[in-house]
Design a protein around this ligand. Structure first.
Ligand SMILES: O=c1ccn([C@@H]2O[C@H](COP(=O)(O)OP(=O)(O)O[C@H]3O[C@H](CO)[C@@H](O)[C@H](O)[C@H]3O)[C@@H](O)[C@H]2O)c(=O)[nH]1
Ligand SMILES: [Mn+2]
Length: 743
């Protein structure tokens, strides 16, 4: 038998997606044929052909990056038994957990509380865990909810461990009434007792949200009386300290609301993460960090151990910066009506990334190595670090980089030297306050070389990209059952706003000095990883060719011209087959991911709608930002419990500009189809044919929710102002069309 300690703790499994590969290659071939046709066609000097050629070239480039990303998918298999043979439970490394919340209205405290409870109950020695909750909303309600939840945790944590509960978020766990029919009478009794306690807890939080916080607690809440969410000093409260360092109790839990002042940029989530990094550095300084958004509860209680298989593996130890767990969502809207469940896409693109230099950092559900966050490169020489960090001069250097807190700099030195001893003595709030102040980062490397990087609302992808550029790899930690579950937007407004933020933030990265292309030229970003990053960061740019392409059939019908080969030409088979092959392969991928045909269509349709609306707005936002006209905000996604959702898959609309491109495109198709019905076009040769009419009809089909919106009432209707603006734009477009004929 092989020596136990030399066996790897995890293994990469390479998936074979042969059918997908064939279909993808066919698609590429057809795209090339189409481009070839454009170049060689006798029509190639017409305006529509030229525009089509440009758009299709862009699609081809995008397709090459897509294909390269998908080509070698992989995931990981972890060996818990080997881990536990190698590291005894008492030798497991400490783990700091970061939870971020920012707005008690959009992120109801009961959701945050459930996430925190599930984390406190992780299958991991409690004396190795510390849970830090960052509240950018500076909300006494959130604090109150956490205080109450900690009391409940004293029942919940032992209960979960005793009965080996899988889902450790009570609101999900108690949904399942089946549990009560357990054979063990003792279990049954406890189950009911704890369920009742949980109901009391959520009742209290509900009550506090509606009325006010109970007065017996007022003393503790005084500190919130003078605060405004965007203007207050630091609040740090140790809600629970595991003073005895016991392994079977409730871990440390610390509430943090960092200082905020109107004049100081706070860098949204990235800023919050950096404060958490520093405070935890001072307090517990664990070598590993797990970060989750407030809505992502633990669904696999052993997940920390799985992730450590990757991070402690002898190869992983040297190469892997972080272990990212997939993002999954609970209580999806039926058939994914808003296309935000992201199931098929991660299965192909996500594991594709994982087969290259590594999966992107998704901002949540991720286990980090603390020293990587401090800017260390792989194969960083510990001997050297030792030498480096003892001289006084180097302490000075470290201070310039990490800021002037002596305690924190000392903790950094520990991490860089790879010291494994537990740093925790007591949770010192005074030192922690200093590193949470808004001027702490002045003239330091925070947000630039150290910590979460600033400058993009997709701080996650940016930060991960930086690690990859340094030469680190990352792994997808795919477990069964899935590690974490969270909320996804429950309506199209949330979904579209989210995509706008992502596409804006991602384009910001592409246009910054962190651009993946530079990463490959000057750093250690591997070529195909670079292509994959180009694929993802170019999301917003994709909107422009897609909008042009959607307008093209209408343009052709209005001007009686064509952009597709006409019926007499035999080359019509190229675009037709392309359309068919692309859709079949996409449909196949959805079915293989266990999704319905309806879901496929919804995703397909939402793909078009978000690209042409959300991403286009994202594109404009970046344009304005670069012209220094406006800055990009971080709009927080609303988290709600699905029971409150009455839209059941219907689209809702508001005055937002986000609906303008779509409404206009739809109007233009109407005008075109109407004209074709009445045969109003000028008589010129090369008139449009079935192809153009089909395409125009297809666009209308994709925009069916908008079509319904034109006739809908209240929030289900597109506001009159948007309709008016769109009508004006549509007629401008028609006017432009007629101008081009006149020429
Ligand atoms: O100023 C802020 C803004 C946001 N957040 C937190 O950031 C997290 C993510 O925000 P959310 O509105 O849920 O965004 P999503 O669109 O769901 O987030 C995805 O995309 C983000 C980047 O755009 C990543 O940061 C997230 O981890 C990733 O889940 C939440 O916990 C927020 O509380 C803060 O702490 N401070
Ligand atoms: Mn979220």
């Amino acid at each position: 038998m092989a020596n136990q300690s030399s066996l790897p703790l995890y293994e990469k499994i390479w998936a074979k997606h042969t059918f997908s590969r064939i279909m993808d290659s066919l698609t590429l071939l057809l795209l090339f044929l189409l481009l070839g046709y454009r170049i060689s066609s006798h029509n190639n000097h017409t305006f529509p052909y030229f525009v089509a050629f440009l758009c299709e070239s862009w699609f081809t480039i995008t397709w090459i990056t897509t294909m390269s990303t998908k080509w070698t998918p992989s995931h990981t298999k972890t060996f818990l038994d080997r881990l536990l043979l190698r590291v005894s439970e008492s030798k497991l490394p400490p783990l700091d957990i970061f939870v971020t919340t920012a707005d008690p209205a959009l992120e109801p405290p009961i959701i945050t509380v459930n996430t925190v409870l599930s984390l406190l109950a992780l299958d991991y020695p409690a004396n190795k865990l510390a849970c830090y909750v960052s509240d950018d909303g500076c909300s006494p309600l959130t604090f109150y909810a956490l205080v109450e939840a900690t009391k409940f945790a004293k029942l919940w944590v032992p209960f979960c461990k005793k009965y080996n509960v899988q889902c450790r978020a009570p609101f999900r766990y108690f949904c399942d009434e089946e549990m009560a029919n357990h054979d063990l009478p003792e279990f049954k009794q406890e189950w009911f007792k704890i369920k009742e306690e949980y109901e009391q807890l959520s009742g209290k939080i509900e009550n506090a949200a509606q009325n006010s916080i109970p007065c017996e607690l007022v003393g503790e809440f005084d500190i919130f009386s003078q605060t405004k969410p965007r203007n207050h000093s630091t609040i740090i409260k140790v809600i629970r300290e595991n003073k005895g360092g016991l392994s079977n109790v409730v871990p440390h839990i610390i509430y943090i609301s960092r200082e905020k002042r109107p004049k100081h940029p706070h860098h949204h989530k990235a800023g919050a993460m950096n404060v958490l990094t520093r405070i935890s550095g001072l307090m517990t300084n664990a070598p590993f960090i797990l970060n989750v958004d407030c809505d992502m509860y633990v669904n696999n209680s052993k997940i920390a151990l799985h992730a450590l298989c990757i991070l402690l593996d002898s190869k992983g130890e040297k190469e892997v910066a972080f272990a990212q767990c997939p993002q999954r969502f609970y209580d999806a809207v039926k058939d994914d009506a808003y296309g935000n469940q992201l199931v098929a896409l991660p299965m192909y693109i996500g594991s594709g990334f994982a087969g290259l230099q590594g999966i992107i950092y998704a901002g949540t559900n991720c286990f980090h190595r603390r020293k990587v966050i401090y800017g260390v490169s792989p194969h960083h020489d510990i001997q050297n670090a030792n030498k480096d960090h003892h001289g006084l001069a180097n302490d000075k250097e470290t201070m310039q980089k990490f800021g002037t807190s002596k305690g924190f700099v000392e903790s950094v030195t520990h991490v860089l030297e790879g010291m494994t001893l537990d740093f925790y003595k007591s949770l010192d709030v005074k030192a922690a306050r200093k590193v949470a102040s808004c001027d702490y980062e002045y003239n330091t490397a925070w947000g630039k070389q150290v910590g979460w990087l600033y400058g993009s609302t997709s701080e996650d992808v940016l930060t991960g990209l930086k690690f990859h550029t340094k030469g680190w790899r990352s792994e997808l930690c795919s477990t069964d059952p899935i590690a974490f579950m969270g909320c996804s937007p429950q309506d199209n407004l949330g979904q579209m706003a989210q995509h706008k933020r992502w596409s804006t933030g991602l384009l910001d990265i592409f246009l910054s000095k962190h651009c993946p292309i530079f990463g490959t030229l000057f750093g250690k970003l591997q070529l195909r990883e670079c292509l994959a990053y180009i694929w993802i960061t170019n999301w917003a740019l994709r909107s422009v060719p897609e909008i042009c392409y959607a307008l093209l059939p209408a343009y052709c019908i209005i001007t009686n011209s064509n952009f597709l080969p006409n019926q007499q030409e035999s080359s019509m088979w190229i675009p037709t087959t392309l359309f068919v092959i692309y859709n079949i392969s996409n449909l196949f991928e959805h079915i293989k991911s266990g999704l319905s045909i309806r879901t496929w269509w919804n995703n397909q349709r939402m793909g078009r709608i978000t690209t042409m609306n959300s991403c286009f707005l994202g594109f404009l936002t970046i344009l304005l930002k670069h012209l220094r006209i406006s800055d990009t905000p971080f709009e927080i996604t609303k988290k709600e419990q699905p029971s409150s959702n009455e839209n059941v898959g219907r689209f809702i609309f508001n005055e937002s500009l986000i609906f303008l491109p779509g409404t206009t495109i739809l109007m233009v198709q109407f005008i075109a189809l109407f004209m074709s019905l009445l045969e109003w076009q000028p008589l010129v040769s090369n008139g449009y044919g079935v192809g153009e009419v089909f395409c125009s009809g297809y666009v209308v089909l994709c925009y069916l929710p908008f079509l319904k919106g034109l006739f809908g009432k209240g929030k289900y209707g597109i506001p009159l102002s948007t309709i008016c603006k769109s009508t004006v734009l549509a007629f401008l477009f028609v006017h432009f069309c007629s101008k081009t004929i006149a020429n």
